[in-house]
Design a protein around this ligand. Structure first.
Ligand SMILES: Nc1ncnc2c1ncn2[C@@H]1O[C@H](COP(=O)(O)OP(=O)(O)OP(=O)(O)O)[C@@H](O)[C@H]1O
Ligand SMILES: [Mg+2]
Length: 251
């Protein structure tokens, strides 16, 4: 479903990604781990179109996407969450999800002006779907609260709900459990498994190895921009190259 060939991203003299190769099969949950500064977020940025590789190719479902805009990549079926939460803090929880949905709404401005009953039906359908997504992430009770006032954990859950609002086929999660306790992290793992059960392909950047073991079919390991290992979670954890990379970065 997703293939990266020789993907490099340089910032000035720094190679944040160096000749990265990665294959994400359809329907799998693939983990991306690595020490701080390894290039994990840069990799997700390149896939989602927020950033572009200096060289190399990124292919999604047979389509090269490495020089497409974020909007067009979203339209192809890719969505994501952010390590640094990006919500519209002045909007309500519900409005944040509705904004995420608009790409799937069929009403145009013309429709809303001349065929308003259709527009109204569309709005109420989108609202119903958005509320169902909030319920799924246990944040239905705060639907009408400003997103900026939500707890940190709820903001992360809202980011996931919003990512699903575009009905993606591939979801990229950047440290979705950062700041959560062990119980919340496990619950979030169950949400990822539900996405998997729904047929969504997932790439998850994560430091929590328990979560990686809970949800991932396969793990890739980045270190200083280079992909140093990949395989089943258990095997990767025992790989001497991986252990060395983490020991060298104890902080
Ligand atoms: N816009 C940028 N300009 C210059 N350097 C950047 C930029 N973005 C990232 N970098 C550098 O690229 C390297 C990789 O950063 P990146 O954020 O991708 O790492 P990461 O693996 O996500 O780390 P963390 O675990 O801390 O989130 C780092 O050395 C970082 O300083
Ligand atoms: Mg990062």
């Amino acid at each position: 479903m997703l293939e990266l060939h020789h993907v490099s991203r340089e910032f000035g003299g720094l190679a944040a990604l160096c000749q990265v190769k990665m294959v994400v099969p359809q329907g799998k949950v693939v983990g991306l781990i690595g020490p701080n500064g390894a290039g994990k977020t840069t990799l997700l940025n390149c896939i989602s179109g927020l950033d572009s590789p200096t060289s190399g190719e990124i292919i999604f479902d047979g389509t090269p996407i490495h020089s497409r805009s974020p909007h067009r990549i979203t339209a192809l079926g890719v969505s994501r969450t952010y390590q640094n939460i990006r919500l519209f803090k002045e909007m309500t929880t519900l409005e944040n999800v509705i904004v995420g949905q608009h790409i799937h709404g069929r009403s145009t401005l013309l429709h809303s002006m001349f065929v308003w009953p259709y527009h109204w039906r569309e709005e109420s359908r989108l609202k119903k779907d958005a509320l169902a997504l909030l319920e799924r992430f246990n944040i239905g009770s705060v639907a009408h609260v400003h997103a900026g006032t939500l707890s940190y954990g709820d903001q992360r859950r809202l980011e996931m709900a919003r990512a699903l609002a575009t009905r993606p086929r591939l979801v990229l999660l950047d440290e979705p459990t950062a700041g959560m306790n062990a119980v919340e992290t496990h619950q979030l793992g169950e949400q990822i498994l539900r996405m998997h059960a729904d047929g969504i392909t997932v790439v998850v950047v994560e430091h929590d190895m328990a979560l990686i073991g809970q949800v991932c079919d396969e793990v890739y390991v980045l270190n200083f921009g280079e992909m140093i290992a990949n395989g089943a979670p258990q095997a990767v954890k025992q790989d001497p190259k991986v252990i060395e990379a983490y020991l060298g970065h104890e902080d």
